[in-house]
Design a protein around this ligand. Sequence first.
Ligand code: FEO
Length: 405
Amino acid sequence: MYNVREISPQIYWIGGNDRRLEQFENLFPLANGVSYNSWLILDEKTAIIDTVDDAITDQYLENIEHLMQGRELDYLIINHMEPDHCGNIENLIRRYPNVKVVGNKKSFQLFNQFYNMDITDNQMLAGEGDEINLGNHNLKFITAPMVHWPEVMMNYETTKGILFSADAFGTFGALAGNLFDDEVDYKNLYLDESRRYYANIVGKFGAQVQSVFRKISSFEINMICSLHGPIFRSDLNLILDLYDKWSKYEPEKEGVVIFYGSMYGNTANTADSLANKLGQRGVKDIRVYDVSKTHPSYIISDIWKYSHMVAAAPTYNMGLYYPMDNLLHEMISLGVKNRKVSIIGNHSWASAAHKIMTERFSSMKNMEIIGEELDIKSRLKDNEESKLDDLADAIAASVLGKTEE
Ligand code: FEO
């Protein structure tokens, strides 16, 4: 059965959910699936904005068939050529062979790389500031290169103030009937997953997000329709302010994310003891993760959220314990910066982990080291507690000092 909703007169959500997918991009765990949003405008002219992943093709085509009632599709607008949104371009062209497929040169280049269909006769180029008038509605194109692919565009519907924002402002997590931010407890149901989505997928491209902010700053935006997750129509500033902060690599909160690698529990013991001491010193927001257990995307998400981090790991094969090494490489790749860091190494006969972690953090921008070097030998003993107290004092002073400002 069709499953659609009118979100504004003549504009319909025609997307769907995938709750079977284990990992988004075969990389990021999905605890509660993901939605693929697509939009149909039934005006004097008809237009579809982006399609959906081929995992939900049947539902998608049924939705379109129900709403179109035999009408012709005039425009298929391709704002993003990643396959989770392009899985049905070919299907729609087969059904509507006269449709104008609207994209930029990069979009069509990517289409030709991913697919075999020749759509030369359907192509219509659109770029910065171009407009398509549908009758009552008018779509203005905004280019958003590298948010997070090079061809990305957004559309601003000028009569209603609706921003079709491609992946931006989207989230992991399937929709559950309620489509608008004011119909769900967004902060509890989606916000953490929205941050995880941003940090891991868009996080590297903060400067490009800021560039889009400059372009849309003069627009009156009443609704934001992302390709993943709920529509914002009530508290737009919640997500706009967070995106501004996230893309400037500014922490949301003072707090400490402790992540450790531990083969036999000794580094874990040090990390837990440090967390205990921070708690006793009045630090409220402390998160502790085992890098061998928790998927890096969750740790990265909290690194984006909080001001401080502590990395603790042993030496392994004269190098750094692999899961920690992997996590730090991801942080470097994503451009993590502007954080305060403490480093705890562990080794039994030759020290490498502390040095490598220090080098990794030094290669990130504006990372301030908090506390003295702590490189333990196999296990921190009771008679060495003062070293951990000193580190806890330094971190707590930094966190609480900032909080009290
Ligand atoms: Fe939802 Fe960049 O694809």
